[in-house]
Design a protein around this ligand. Sequence first.
Ligand code: SF4
Length: 349
Amino acid sequence: MNSSPNFSKKLLFWYKKTARTLPWRETNDPYLIWISEIMLQQTTVKAVIPYFKNWLNKYPTIKILARAKTDEILKIWQGLGYYQRAKNILKTAKVVSTRYHGQLPMNYQQLLHLPGIGPYTAGAILSIAFDKPLPIIDANIRRVILRFINKKLKTKTNSDKIIYQFLKQHMPKKNCSHFNQSLMELGALICVSRNPLCLQCPLIKECLSFKNGTQEIIIRPTKKTITTLHVAIAVIRYQKKFYLQKRASTGILADLWEFPGGKIEKGESPLQAVKREVLEELDLALHKIKYLTKIIHFYTRYRVVLYVFICDIKNMIETNERLKLLSSRDLKNYPMPSGTAKIVSLLKK
Ligand code: SF4
């Protein structure tokens, strides 16, 4: 394996000079490191910054967070996607609040037992907050090391064993926090998946991929397949208020609130679909329904086309825990998928 005696020195020097100032880098509070690491999973730094600041304002400590309701944290999370992350944060906050007096444990195994915390997050918390010499591997770090040692990714598990050994061997005695963060930063800014900026890289002299010109063949990110979903939506209005219902507690966008409706079946028109869905879901036959608009929204793996209809009803439908009748102002307090939020923004106050 390619061993470089100056690997960590070069990285640390580069990191000190060029690291971006990010809100979670101004602290070594394990709670904030944990929240930032979870938010950053599958999400860009730019998108995370406002969410992180907002979260911090609302929930400055784990004990305060532990008292929050699921709907509240989903609302703060709205737009970040992968909502299970937010629910796991709340579950973990409750456990930490009761079992560990509101302080995340400094022990790797104990961290791994908490909901939503896997080896990467546990390692990130312990290395960044407590400077523990724990290697961590995310997509950015994997890419940097595989290129540096010029190894093609066979299976993730096999590659990660090699990468882990490499990182362990090169982990500095102190500044482990900056060592791990420098690798993340290098992968995010310089050793990017397409067209890495090798001439700006502190590792260029010893990088075997650069030497062999194999930077591009080492990493072949798999193309995401985007599925298009056509969905018919009914904005049902009763005396200037709107019906909003809660999605099932499992599956995609679980527990978020949305207008009644659903997938358009093969051979169905949007109008037929919206009538069928509302009849099935609310036992309500819609008359005098009007087409309102079409909204297209992109989620990570889906392109959702929403055909939105509006309908005034004369008799009130009985509400319950999962079906609410809300003013347009109150609608905004409920956590909802981004497509639904776009519809809400169109409704008059
Ligand atoms: S020299 Fe290029 S390929 Fe090698 S680690 Fe640096 S950016 Fe990546």
